[in-house]
Write a protein that binds this ligand. Structure first.
Ligand SMILES: [Zn+2]
Length: 113
């Protein structure tokens, strides 16, 4: 499962950061997830639950902020959010578009004590 390995790498980063900052319990994690990562928020939440056997994550709440896909037209520089994965420019009709957002997957912030 894709989401489980994503959450495992997030957990590794959090563990290292918590150890460096003397944090014993993480209470809140805000994760930014681009639509193009194809990670489902419900599946991420489910995967996150599996971390709770670890003391560090026992009381942690996962918040997910989904980032839409964004594109920029290489012809007219128009920026847009494609509907239904139709990757051509709604302004000039060009298929030459560059994906500028939607692949993000990072921890925006976390809180702990
Ligand atoms: Zn265009």
């Amino acid at each position: 499962m894709h989401e489980l390995s994503l959450i495992e790498s997030v957990a590794r980063l959090l563990k290292r950061s918590a150890a460096e900052n003397g944090i014993k319990r993480i209470t809140r994690v805000c994760l930014v997830v681009g639509k193009l990562t194809m990670a489902l928020p419900e599946a991420l939440q489910f995967a996150f639950e599996t971390l709770k056997k670890d003391e560090l994550f026992r009381e942690a709440v996962l918040e997910i902020r989904e980032e839409p896909v964004s594109c920029q037209c290489q012809q007219c520089q128009h920026s847009f959010t494609p509907e239904d994965f139709e990757f051509w420019c709604p302004s000039c009709g060009s298929p030459q578009v560059k994906i500028t957002g939607g692949r993000e997957l990072y921890i925006e912030f976390y809180e702990g004590e």
